[in-house]
Design a protein around this ligand. Structure first.
Ligand SMILES: *Cc1c(COP(=O)(O)O)cnc(C)c1O
Length: 403
């Protein structure tokens, strides 16, 4: 959409408004699929954006699905995935959650610990069903080369635990292989390849210990895209060749290889439109109060632990010749933490102007502090090019469960 169309849309629906374009989802997904070696699969991590038409679109281009809650499983099934094909992940699956997932038809789980292996085996036996399991492995030592990844020590089994657990586990569940996830936002093809090499190494270490070749290896992802700032993720030139080379080592055992992505196909598809409520000009700078705070954008700031303040905004209402100033953009919540952008340049905002935030199709609406301050959730409008698909609104009010 061009600037005029975006402004029209913000008037028609009001702000704060998330706008997702399925055409962009398709393009970004196809681009990534083309950069992966033939014969491998790509799972979409619903965590990034669980809105039904987005998930259905990714199924349409050939992605699988990776979920980590019953809610995400329900969306995946509604989007057309078979529950049995969905990879169910997450570090804290209770017996109740596992039973409920199995009851919905799930049978493929990423297993996080020896305790969980017992739990999965017992749940399967009691349900009279089989479960298929990938053991999630902790990557070993981090590669030195500038990879910045979240501390993942709470996830998965160590290689030693996995080797120890394998024989007994193979009796209670169908052990298919391994799942390794190094982290998000591996910024370049070189970083991605280093990450996948590291993931492969821990798999090889466990296989050397068990002597059993895996049938499936999920090597994770980390395919990058900027969050809430203009720009694009690294190009993927050389990824396919690098991965083909890496995987040629497994040519003989020939496990099926999977990758995962959340933000890469969804981030660029999402735009946030927000209206300027107030502007305060101070010696220390211009403070712009908008109607989208951390309840709408980035309580998690793209899975950083703290709000990142590198957001950029684009003033759609201001003529190009309006001077640029550095602005602090804050939301409507009664807390000094409600800051959306700091010291970012924008054509000088005035009350009523509509600002655009780019690249918020992933970890936007659902990764925010939606219930904080009891404001209505943002509207989420989905289009496919020129065609409108539908609108949704997250409702996070407390509902009574007793009394
Ligand atoms: C969060 C997560 C993803 C998706 O990460 P992106 O950076 O959005 O691609 C994939 N796999 C696992 C296990 C995750 O936790």
């Amino acid at each position: 959409m061009n600037r005029a169309e975006l402004l029209q849309t913000s008037e028609r629906y009001g702000t704060p408004l998330y706008l997702y374009d399925l055409a962009e989802v398709r393009d970004r997904a196809n681009e990534l699929l083309a950069a992966l070696p033939g014969g491998t699969s790509l799972l979409y991590s619903l965590k990034a954006n669980p809105l039904l038409p987005v998930v259905a679109e990714l199924r349409g281009v050939g992605c699988g699905a990776e979920v980590s809650s019953l809610g995400e499983l329900d969306v995946a099934v509604a989007a057309g995935f078979r529950a049995a094909d969905v990879l169910y992940t997450g570090p804290g699956k209770s017996r109740g959650e596992i039973d409920a997932a199995i009851a919905r038809g799930a049978e493929l789980f990423s297993c996080e610990s020896e305790t969980e292996l017992d739990r999965l085996g017992a749940a399967a036996a009691d349900a009279g069903r089989r479960v298929r399991v990938l053991l999630r492995l902790q990557p070993g030592d981090r590669p030195a080369s500038g990879l910045s990844m979240a501390d993942g020590r709470q996830f998965g089994l160590t290689a030693t635990e996995a080797v120890r657990a394998w024989p007994a586990a193979a009796e209670s569940v169908e052990l298919l292989g391994f799942h390794v996830y190094l982290g998000s936002q591996l910024g370049t093809v070189e970083h991605l390849l280093t990450g996948f090499t590291c993931a492969k190494a821990v798999v090889d270490e466990v296989v050397a210990g068990t002597g059993v070749p895996p049938r499936i290896v999920d090597l994770g992802g980390g395919f990058p895209w900027p969050y809430a700032a203009e720009g694009v993720g690294c190009d993927l030139i050389g990824l396919r060749e690098g991965l083909t080379d890496l995987l040629s080592d497994w040519a003989e055992s020939a496990p099926r290889v999977w990758f995962e992505t959340g933000r890469r196909p969804t981030a660029a598809a999402g735009t946030l439109l927000t209206t300027v409520i107030d502007v305060k000009e101070r010696e220390s700078g211009v403070v712009v109060v908008v109607d989208a705070g951390i309840n709408v954008l980035g309580g998690m700031a793209g899975l950083g632990r703290v709000l990142r303040l590198n957001t950029t905004v684009d003033n759609l209402s201001a003529a190009d010749d309006r001077p640029e100033v550095a602005v602090d953009v804050v939301g409507p919540l009664c807390t000094p933490l409600d800051r959306v952008a700091a010291r970012t340049p924008a054509r000088k905002p005035a009350p009523g102007d509509v600002l655009r935030v780019h690249n918020v199709g992933a970890y936007g609406a659902t990764a925010s502090l939606t219930a904080f301050l009891s404001r209505p959730g943002p509207l989420e409008l989905v289009v496919d090019g020129d065609e409108e698909v539908g609108a949704w609104r997250i409702d996070a009010r407390a509902v009574p469960v007793t009394g």
